[in-house]
Ligand binder design. Sequence first.
Ligand code: SAH
Length: 249
Amino acid sequence: MRPLVTLIGAGPGDPELLTLKAARALAAADVVLVDELVNRGCLAHVRSDARIIEVGKRGGCKSTPQDFIEKLLVLYAKENKHVVRLKGGDPFVFGRGGEEVQALRAQGIDVEVIPGVTAGIAVPAALGIPVTHREFARGVTFVTGHTKDGSEPNWQALAASGTTLVIYMGLKNLPRIVAGLTAAGMSAATPACIIENGTLHNQRQQVATLGALRASGFASPAIIVIGDVVRFARNRDMRAAAELRARAA
Ligand code: SAH
């Protein structure tokens, strides 16, 4: 039998947004390597005799080096353990899942991927924002606010795209993002929001316009959504739904 690693997306936060397939694979795991961003509630599916290894950054320490994580995955897979790699959101959306697949395949290890609900869709949805509502957007563009080499995206192209912009990891660079987009012709009056800890009980948000958005007081994980669809943002509806469900339970 060739060794196999299962790469799983844990979803954006709320542990109930984990897929059924992911829950089943977690229950079958011998070893689970888990990122910091993953809600600990997702580990409820892991067997009590399985080994859980936390590989994210904690307490302001530097994150576990990527090559060390990859070495651990290879090591356990070659011992024929059922290895699960659990990452926040979807493993292939800004999650380095691709790099892990490359490293594992290079060692002759097969990788099964179980996608997860990415924050870029689920977190706006937690405010009722439909990222591709056809009357307001031609599509949605996922952008990282933090690149490996510090380079800037093509603001002109983004501003002209007519798509909703969903920016991951953009909090620190918010002033640069706003300056880049407005210089490229996007109106400062474009609806925009910041959502921190989306889908979780401690979710917080600021719904404003591109020009008025302020990152102060917000911390990671947070995403920025820019575009007319942000007009749909409501917090009340979601809370009302949760209360109704709790009462029905
Ligand atoms: N693979 C993940 C993204 C990893 S990058 C996914 O598909 O969702 C980490 C970034 O995702 C964070 O910096 C933040 O921008 C965003 N993010 C993840 N979870 C979030 C949450 N619950 N609320 C807001 N943003 C979140």
